[in-house]
Design a protein around this ligand. Sequence first.
Ligand code: HPA
Length: 259
Amino acid sequence: MSGLPASRARGNHVAIIGGTGLTELEGLSVHGEDQVDTPWGAPSGPVVRGDFNGQPVLFLARHGHPHRIPPHQVNYRANLWALREAGAGRIIGVNAVGGITPAMGPARIAIPHQLIDYTWGRGSTFFEQRDNIPLEGVTHIDFTHPYDDSLRQALLAAAARRQVMAVDYGVYGATQGPRLETAAEVARLERDGCDLIGMTGMPEAALAAELGLPYACLALSVNWAAGKSDHIITMEEIQQAIDEGMTGVRAILEEVIPA
Ligand code: HPA
């Protein structure tokens, strides 16, 4: 990775970035917490080290614990950097999403295969000139396939073994938030080909790719996207879908480790 400051060699731990509804990993027997200092500032919280299902795992709460950092203010660069420093070899991002297309209703789990980025103004690359970071050249990573296919297949196989229904495709539209979308925005996202919408899928996936870390998204639909049901979106509805769907998410995580 020319141009990136030297770091410890790539580790081999599975790292989980927990999103809304997953600020703690139940069943993780915690061995310690790393407060990692990064050239990009502070991550959302400590990298928690532990054993999950008998295997070493790293866990980071994307929004902090308790949940307090909104999607557009998450320091994605610091989070990814900290996970790599802590020894992550591959990353599973757990993301709450809104469902657009018919298969993606509330409490449904999906493993997206593509994404479209609509976010703006976020620190979205490591390849940037900064006083504390010498950049040797301009780098454009290939991002044709934003998610690692073998990690995706491992998640789907884990879901099948635990008899958790998981949709094996999905175009993830990453929106800026923190507000939800208008009905017209969702209609446009659907015309663009998006199946799901979330606020945290990018730049996380691209930053993982810049670091050469295989990354996949485990998405839990927590509501029909705006205009896709006959009612407005309420926090009660979202919480209900989280409660219903997180059991399946946890089962997949238990089963997929070691990925
Ligand atoms: N839109 C964007 N992000 C989301 C949604 C949504 O409807 N639900 C959960 N995250």
